[in-house]
Design a protein around this ligand. Structure first.
Ligand SMILES: Nc1ncnc2c1ncn2[C@@H]1O[C@H](COP(=O)(O)OP(=O)(O)OP(=O)(O)O)[C@@H](O)[C@H]1O
Length: 278
């Protein structure tokens, strides 16, 4: 009961976000974008330049816990190490009264989740594979820099100017960093969560398997009279794509790296191109 009361108090009172129009540092808050595990994200305008940015504030309820600052520190460290046109860039960090803020570039556009679930976009196998190629390249860029994202999901990809943009580096870590802000060991976590949270390429590869399935399911029409079946039974996939997903999800021997998977994906895409040229 005590825990429930504290959670209610934090939500209703302590973690009330700044309102649109509020001035923090040199920024004007425009909109609350969301409240995540450690922070509150806002769309804001940098008043001197007019630039639109994202401000991420550590939740006031976490001010006294080591978690908030530690999580923000990781996100800043990772963003500051990246320079990719399809990812946010760290601009600065500052304190306003008792609050810590991280500032990053704003990427406008719908997420893939919006496009698939709200706008009803439906992709065929080839389109899904082409999109996975683009998303895979972003993850390969991170892994080359020893960054593991650990949250590669359709709500974290924004579609802008015909290209996917990867956001939300709140869980990202450099290889060798501990998997949580306090623990070095994930053995208390359920098995699937251990896989998702390990600071190794395998966690992003596993997430890419689920990502691929979400894209492929966009073209699936459920038959109300059919009992639910496994993805392999529900989706009519080519053996190549089915085999790739089985390896991404570690049903079959896992890929050792994103590059190894991308080589398979390229072989599939090249074969399709040759077929269409015939
Ligand atoms: N750089 C960005 N550009 C545009 N929108 C962003 C950007 N970063 C985050 N957002 C949006 O802000 C909202 C909140 O983002 P946040 O990073 O706090 O993620 P979250 O998923 O809510 O939390 P968590 O940190 O627990 O993953 C999301 O809806 C996301 O789409």
């Amino acid at each position: 009961m005590w825990k429930q009361l504290c959670a209610w108090w934090n939500r209703a009172v302590r973690d009330r976000p700044y309102k649109p129009g509020a001035l923090v540092g040199g920024y004007r808050i425009e909109e609350v974008l969301g409240m995540g595990s450690y922070g509150i994200a806002y769309r804001a305008v940098h008043i001197p330049s007019g630039r639109v940015v994202v401000l991420k504030q550590v939740k006031p309820s976490l001010r006294r816990s080591p978690k908030g600052e530690a999580m923000q520190h990781y996100e800043q460290r990772v963003l500051a190490a990246l320079s990719h046109p399809q990812m946010p860039r760290w601009l600065e960090s500052f304190r306003h009264r008792n609050d810590s803020f991280l500032v990053m570039t704003y990427i406008a556009g719908p997420t893939l989740e919006d496009l698939l679930f709200e706008e009803g976009a439906a992709l065929g196998e080839l389109e899904a594979a082409r999109l996975m190629r683009q998303v895979g390249e972003l993850v390969a860029y991170l892994h080359e820099r020893n960054v593991i994202h650990r949250d590669v999901r359709i709500p974290n990809v924004i579609w802008q100017e015909g290209r996917p943009h990867l956001i939300d580096f709140g869980l990202a870590r450099f290889r060798g960093d501990p998997p949580t802000y306090i623990a070095h060991d994930l053995s208390d976590y359920p098995e699937e969560k251990q896989l998702k949270r390990q600071v190794e390429p395998a966690s992003d590869l596993y997430a890419l398997g689920h990502f691929f399935l979400f894209l492929l399911y966009s073209g699936y029409e459920a038959d109300e009279n059919q009992p639910e079946r496994s993805w392999e039974e529900e989706l009519s996939l080519s053996p190549e794509i089915r085999g790739m997903i089985r390896r991404l999800l570690q049903i079959d021997p896992a890929y050792g790296s994103v590059e190894e998977w991308l080589a398979d994906l390229d072989a599939y895409l090249n074969a399709k191109k040759e077929q269409s040229n015939r």
